[in-house]
Design a protein around this ligand. Structure first.
Ligand SMILES: [Zn+2]
Length: 482
């Protein structure tokens, strides 16, 4: 298993810190709004990483957090008049619901900032005792960046560069502009907890360090998040934890690419955020997954208008084949079939090949893009086997279909009843076809049924003029927009 490590900037052989155990943490969502596609994507990627490592036999514990107190949540609370904790709890409920609809599984451990205030205070106190942090007379606490010379290793920045990326908040009591807040004193009307430095709340960066330590101890194997978190968030996590423990915090830092919409960065101010719940009302969850996983997780994904419809069509083609296999299986039930040793061997080899190739892709830094592109070849071969119309061919096709569904379920695909997906897709796309086109198509189908080939051809030409091609099969026809 090779994983790209953002710290060394290369793919490395994956060797856990402690035997077979894998401690894995991914930065979760700041619950100041509903989940957008970027949140869904990140949750999906780390769920897949966890599942694949488990498939390889590792004993994985995967933790993820909700940032349920921060400046943006407080701003929302003031805007809506809902207390900050109630607002955060409501958002978490909504996000959990939409993630369940996206069929992304929960982590093994859920962590929340507000449930770890004591751990955070203890962490900050220790940093002060060790000379890595200082409190101001306003009751804020800052990390002293100069006390940690390794600062900037992950993001390849030195301290001067680091200044470019931080918001200078003009706090006169800060020793240096690049020092960052570990604890923020509460202003009037803000949510707060009591601390040795007065009423306040944790800074964002410290929660991940403190919760990791509470959940896992001093060191973990894999830490993940979006690439936009490398600086300053992950850089600050390293500084906090390593200043405290004197040990390397994370063995493998992993970062997923970002989502763009029609080439533009997705942001609230541009109004181009794709909310996950809205997306899942339009497209099947599997189509959204298929579309996203066609890109290697480290690269950015550009969402164009065609991306999800195209993914949905690919899945429709795949599910149509699976539905056909199901249909033949039903037909053959109760019939006596003799499968000889060669046939059985061929089917077993095909199944092994599918799973083996999938593992080879995934063991190369979770290359879902290649794993998905392999599907096109498998389905071609599957159809070829079916077309043989022999017991051996059918047996091989059935073996492939079963194996594809089993193997690719790790990516959250092929979990639906094939015939149901096919019917759903056809109905959804049929809505766009005008009634007069449908009427001509129906008339043509009747003409064919009564073997009136001349009329059938005439109506086919008429459909072409209307902008539709027609594809016939034994059981029916499909209209395709030209
Ligand atoms: Zn974090």
């Amino acid at each position: 298993m090779k994983i790209y490590n953002s710290l060394s900037k290369r793919k490395e052989e994956f060797i856990p810190l402690e035997g077979n155990k894998v401690k894995m943490y991914a930065c979760g969502i700041t619950v100041s709004g509903e989940a957008h596609i970027g949140h869904g994507y990140q949750a999906l990627i780390y769920d897949i990483m966890r599942k694949y490592l488990k498939k390889l036999g590792y004993d994985v514990t995967y933790a993820r957090n909700y940032t349920d107190v921060d400046d943006k949540i407080i701003a929302k609370s003031h805007e809506t008049g809902i207390p900050a904790d109630e607002y955060a709890a409501k958002m978490i409920e909504n996000i959990n619901k939409v993630m369940a609809g996206f069929h992304v599984d929960d982590p093994d451990v859920w962590l929340k900032a507000t449930e770890n205030i004591e751990n955070i205070i203890e962490f900050v106190s220790t940093l002060i005792d060790k000379g890595h942090a200082y409190a101001t007379k306003n009751g804020d606490v800052y990390f002293d960046v100069e006390s940690f010379p390794a600062y900037g290793r992950l993001s390849n920045r030195n301290i001067e560069d680091a200044l470019d990326g931080v918001r200078v908040d003009n706090d006169d009591e800060k020793k240096n502009a690049y020092d960052f807040a570990l604890w923020k004193s509460a202003k009037a009307g803000e949510i707060y907890w009591e601390s040795p430095w007065g009423k306040g709340r944790p800074g964002w960066h410290i929660e991940c360090s403190a919760m990791n330590r509470a959940a896992f101890g001093e060191q973990i194997d894999i830490h993940g998040g979006g690439r936009d978190l490398i600086f300053p968030h992950h850089e600050n996590e390293i500084a906090q934890t390593e200043a405290l423990t004197g040990k390397p915090f994370v063995k493998y830092w992993t970062h997923n690419g970002l989502i763009k919409v029609n080439g533009q960065k997705m942001s609230k101010s541009l109004g181009n955020s794709l909310l996950l719940n809205e997306l899942l009302e339009k497209y099947s969850d599997e189509a959204v997954k298929f579309a996203l996983l066609q890109t290697n997780y480290r690269n950015d994904i550009n969402i164009t208008d065609d991306l999800f419809p195209e993914a949905e069509k690919h899945l429709y083609d795949f599910y149509s084949v699976l539905a056909l296999v199901d249909k033949i299986t039903v037909k053959l039930k109760g019939m006596e079939l003799t499968v000889d040793g060669d046939d059985a061997m061929k089917a077993a080899e095909l199944s092994e090949k599918i799973d083996g190739e999938f593992n080879a892709c995934m063991s190369d830094d979770f290359n879902t893009a290649l794993a998905l592109s392999n599907l096109f070849g498998y389905f071609k071969e599957l159809k070829k086997n079916l077309a043989e119309k022999t017991t051996g061919g059918y047996f091989a096709a059935l073996g492939m279909a079963v194996q594809i569904r089993k193997t690719y379920s790790l990516l959250g695909l092929f979990k639906k009843v094939p015939a149901e997906y096919v019917a759903w897709y056809e109905e959804k796309n049929a809505e766009d076809i005008p009634a007069e086109v449908k009427a001509v198509a129906e008339e043509r189908w009747q003409a064919r049924a009564s073997k009136d080939w001349a009329k059938s051809d005439e109506l086919r030409a008429k459909l072409a003029e209307m902008g539709y091609a027609v594809k016939d099969s034994k059981t029916g026809y499909e209209l395709i927009k030209n």
